[in-house]
Design a protein around this ligand. Structure first.
Ligand SMILES: Nc1ncnc2c1ncn2[C@@H]1O[C@H](COP(=O)(O)OP(=O)(O)OP(=O)(O)O)[C@@H](O)[C@H]1O
Ligand SMILES: [Mg+2]
Length: 155
């Protein structure tokens, strides 16, 4: 399913992330897209909370991959600093994607060509001030049916 939500604060983005985490399934790959400071890490902090992870999530810009243990493992990756998809493959990161956890990728735009067709894509676009438009594609789990400002869109 493809739909759009509007967030009006970092707290709301985190709450949306929490719903994602609560409804995620083993093997999910979540490709985050959006410019600098769009809110990708903020959303991921919420995903971690929804997965029952107690450790606080920090940006993996320099570590590239962080792993957390919760209801499911969370692999949080940031490919911003990688130049090519080969760099990603040579890190061995692809193996994690097909492992037994949930993978969340910041700056996934850079490696979309090697991600599977059913990847869950979440694109965050900045609006005025603290407004963010969050576009989901391929989200086929529960969680957002009753979200007040949700709206379906055609891809
Ligand atoms: N509605 C909102 N949702 C998320 N973040 C918001 C929102 N409004 C303002 N912000 C601010 O935008 C910034 C988002 O930072 P965050 O680190 O989550 O972005 P990012 O997309 O991960 O950036 P980067 O590309 O550097 O990794 C924070 O400073 C946050 O306070
Ligand atoms: Mg980030």
């Amino acid at each position: 399913m493809n739909f759009e939500l509007i967030s009006r604060s970092p707290e709301e983005t985190e709450q949306i992330g929490r719903i994602i985490g609560e409804n995620s399934k083993e093997g999910d790959i979540i490709a985050l897209q959006g410019t600098l400071a769009a809110g990708k890490t903020t959303l991921t902090k919420g995903i971690a909370l929804g997965l029952g992870i107690e450790e606080s999530v920090t940006s993996p810009t320099f570590t590239l991959i962080s792993e957390y243990e919760g209801r499911l493992h969370l692999y949080h990756m940031d490919v911003y600093r990688l130049d090519t998809t080969e760099d990603f493959l040579s890190l061995g990161a692809e193996e994690l994607l097909y492992g037994n956890g949930v993978s969340v990728l910041e700056w996934s735009e850079k490696i979309m060509e090697i991600l599977p067709d059913d990847v869950i894509t979440i694109k965050i676009e900045t609006g005025t001030e603290d407004e963010r438009h969050i576009y989901f594609s391929n989200w086929n789990h529960e969680g957002f049916k009753n979200y007040s400002n949700g709206q379906e869109y055609k891809k």
